[in-house]
Design a protein around this ligand. Structure first.
Ligand SMILES: [Fe+2]
Ligand SMILES: [Fe+2]
Length: 372
């Protein structure tokens, strides 16, 4: 294992202000750049002959990114485990855009049983070209990693090396369940976007797709919990409001499962959890997306979102299908058992169990999101 040779010693330009933390932003950004450059180079080598300008510039870019990384790190070890990429043991953060790119690179390498790629100082464009051409070639069906090593040994590549997958053979069922979880997640994000958008435009919201999405989340938590919970680490900052709603839905259902709730109770819980912040659709967008500290007046307005959420659910089409308990979750998710939260109740009241579950899930997602 390689340690960070120079853990981001000099100040770096910030790729995503307010998102990337100070300690690792150099490596975080450079690692991401490297994977994007590898993906582009692999793709252009598949499409065009070597002398093509697209290939030439893709390889030049890859070379530049590599040199940049090697100017601060002694060597580069890119490792991937499951859906995650590590560059010198720093886990690259993933958003919806990079997720696809990392996946492409991961699949290209794992076809040959490669789980690790090492880059040493002195790596050249011809070396990259040779290695990536081998990655693009068909794997040997008998011994994919062994054959790859043997082919690599016949080239003049000295400053690039590969390591085998830690896991032996990839389990097809794992692949399949990850794919199902991803689909449920993406569909639910789309539904959340539509509900919030529809409410903001004052349009009626149909409950059927919402319910279907929540059912798919519940099914995933019951049968495929690791995959679906793993997806909550995806962060897309432009979609924060929607991914947050979906994450709170997933965490709430997972908590409910731990508490031994029945499947139909989990549906209800998940539905309310997905809609818990729906009142924010009635607040100005500038306020919802404001990154700095809020003024007292802004905070007062924001504190209305649980009540606005409850009220706006009365307007939703198919109200009869929306259980009262789900509506209470929106109303109660910022209340605290000791009555210190908001909205403040005139009479002492205990938030419902579902309201408390959503409160915990909400706080957990907020705490694990790096957001200004
Ligand atoms: Fe909230
Ligand atoms: Fe929330």
């Amino acid at each position: 294992m390689t340690a960070h040779a120079t853990p981001a010693a000099q100040p770096e330009p910030r790729a995503h202000p307010g998102v990337v933390s100070a300690d690792d932003r150099g490596l975080q950004r450079r690692g991401r750049d490297l994977l994007f450059a590898v993906a582009t180079a692999l793709r252009s080598l598949q499409l065009y002959p070597l002398e093509n300008q697209t290939v030439v510039s893709a390889l030049a870019e890859l070379d530049a990114v590599t040199q940049d990384l090697l100017s601060v790190e002694e060597q580069i070890t890119v490792r991937f485990v499951g859906d995650f990429f590590f560059v010198n043991d720093l886990r690259l953060r993933v958003d919806l855009q990079s997720y696809a790119t990392y996946g492409t690179v991961g699949r290209a390498l794992s076809r040959h049983g490669i789980g690790e790629l090492e880059v040493f100082r002195g790596a050249t464009v011809p070396e990259w070209t040779a290695l990536l051409a081998l990655v693009n070639a068909d794997p040997d069906p008998e011994d994919r990693f062994g054959a790859f090593l043997e082919r690599l040994g016949r080239t003049a590549v000295l400053h690039l090396a590969v390591g085998a997958d830690r896991e032996s053979e990839p389990d097809l069922r794992d692949e399949e369940s990850r794919r199902m979880a991803k689909r449920a997640y993406a569909q639910t994000v789309a539904v959340a976007r539509e509900v919030m958008g529809g409410m903001r435009m004052g349009k009626g919201v149909s409950m059927r797709p919402v319910k279907r999405a929540v059912q798919s989340i519940v099914d995933q938590v019951l049968s495929n919990e690791t995959s679906i919970v793993g997806l909550t680490t995806l962060r897309d900052y432009d979609e924060y409001t929607f991914t947050h709603s979906v994450n709170v839905c997933i965490f709430s259902v997972a908590l409910g499962k731990k508490l031994g709730l029945h499947k139909h109770q989990l549906y209800e819980l998940g539905l309310g959890a997905l809609l818990h912040d729906v009142g924010k659709a009635r607040m100005p967008l500038d306020l919802i997306n404001k990154s700095g500290p809020l003024t007292q007046e802004e905070f007062r307005v924001l504190q209305e979102h649980p009540t606005e959420g409850l009220l706006s659910m009365f307007d939703m089409r198919g109200l009869a299908e929306l259980p009262l308990r789900a509506m209470l979750m929106a109303y109660e998710h910022h209340m605290k058992v000791d009555q210190t939260g908001y909205p403040v109740s005139a009479r002492p009241r205990d938030p419902t169990l579902f309201g408390r579950i959503v409160a915990v899930a909400d706080a957990f997602d907020a705490a694990t999101t790096k957001r200004s």
